[in-house]
Design a protein. Structure first.
Length: 140
């Protein structure tokens, strides 16, 4: 896939803090929204994962702020998956303003939880491949 999956979001006034910029926790919500939107774009529905007895989990997140986001700003949130084998995968995300200015980066390590054993599955990629209709969105 040449370009990462992206979703557009408009910053709403009630998401800002007393300084007038986007609240830290909302950056995380935007990143989470983009990850779920990417899975949906790949054809993977949350209900299908639950039926298979698995669910994605976030194991680690690092966020770096570059420029503030304010109410009314249009932001594009990208989502690029990296697969290296094993029980985990990486997701690199960029929050970019309409003018191309990088506002924040969110880098995460994820896994796929077996909902019965409450342990990570050995090969999450296999599960995603079985559920996905468009593997390109997942970087494959």
């Amino acid at each position: 896939m040449s370009e990462p999956f992206t979703v557009a979001i408009t910053v709403r006034g009630y998401e800002t803090d007393s300084q007038g910029h986007l609240n830290t926790s909302v950056y995380m919500q935007y990143a989470e929204h983009a990850r779920w939107a990417a899975l949906e774009a790949a054809g993977i529905r949350q209900s299908a994962m639950l039926e298979k007895g698995v669910g994605p989990v976030n194991l680690e997140t690092n966020m770096r702020f570059h420029r503030e986001l304010r109410a009314g700003d249009e932001v594009r949130v990208s989502c690029a998956f990296s697969w290296s084998g094993g029980k985990t995968f990486r997701i690199e995300q960029r929050l970019t303003k309409a003018d191309g200015t990088l506002a924040a980066e969110v880098n995460s390590v994820g896994g796929l939880l077996d909902l019965q054993s409450r342990r990570l599955v050995a090969d999450p990629l296999t599960h995603f491949e079985a559920l996905a209709a468009d593997m390109d969105v997942l970087g494959l």
